[in-house]
Design a protein around this ligand. Structure first.
Ligand SMILES: *Cc1c(COP(=O)(O)O)cnc(C)c1O
Length: 244
């Protein structure tokens, strides 16, 4: 690993943290409420190691097998591993064993499988419910763009809280449609916060303090609208490799 690579990633990390701090201050939030997830999907191991050396505290990955290969290769580290991509329930064991957080819980089937493997491993996994607030067919997550679907989500959350003691619901995750203009994401971030407030009122037994939203394209807007976890990839890590 070259020092030049570590320095480059450190500069971008610091720059991103400064932008987060400014966006938080502008709306009277404390920037310590916002955690930065450095998205390392489709980045080579050298770069992931460089990111950790540069001070990345959380790494976000989308593909279970790719991530586990990196986690195993890197071994003991202070950095946390967060799963932010869609997970098929047959891969739940990888998540339960290897990840510190699960941002993309999108079905009770997956929740049940995670519960089983977390119980076996004797651990509790913090989870976020992924919600689709745009209606875009390509998006994963619970349908929630129409408020008539919110009670379904409430019932799913209630079931997780009452039946799955090794999962700890902490909030919501969302990914707005891709847009060139960061402002285009704002209505989706506002809606995520409103949905979170609804669930916090309806399911007080769960925790609803965390909102995972915002990417390289729109994280400052997400922070302005209440994000507590922003998921920034290319702005820190540079372009991704093709997935092979
Ligand atoms: C890839 C990805 C990101 C990061 O996107 P960038 O544009 O690289 O910042 C964030 N969230 C999710 C769910 C992703 O898949």
């Amino acid at each position: 690993m070259t020092d030049a690579l570590v320095n480059q990633i450190r500069d971008r990390l610091e720059n991103t943290r400064e932008q987060i701090a400014r966006a938080a201050q502008a709306v009277g939030r404390n920037s310590t409420e916002v955690r930065l997830v450095v998205v390392s999907k489709m980045q080579p191991l050298t770069k992931v190691r460089a990111a950790i050396q540069a001070g990345a505290e959380i790494l976000g990955e989308n593909y279970a097998e790719e991530a586990v290969a990196k986690i195993d290769a890197i071994g003991d580290t202070q950095a946390e591993w967060h799963m932010i991509g869609h997970v098929q329930s047959r891969k739940a064991d990888l998540i339960a064993k290897k990840f510190d957080w699960m941002h993309s819980l999108d079905s009770l089937k997956l929740a049940n499988r995670l519960e089983r493997f977390c119980a076996e491993a004797g651990r509790t996994l913090p989870v976020l419910l992924e919600v689709n607030l745009s209606g875009e067919a390509s998006k994963f997550g619970y349908p929630a763009w129409d408020e008539v679907d919110w009670p379904f989500l409430r019932d799913e959350a209630l079931q997780i809280v009452s039946d799955l003691p090794h999962l700890r619901v902490r909030g919501l995750m969302t990914m707005p449609p891709f847009a060139d203009d960061a402002e285009a994401s704002r209505p989706f971030f506002v809606k995520a916060r409103r949905l979170r407030d609804y669930l916090a009122q309806q399911v007080p037994a769960a925790g609803w303090d965390m909102l995972s939203m915002g990417t390289s394209a729109d994280f400052t807007v997400a922070v302005a609208e209440g994000a507590t976890l922003v998921r920034v990839g290319t702005a820190i890590m540079g372009p991704r490799q093709a997935h092979g």
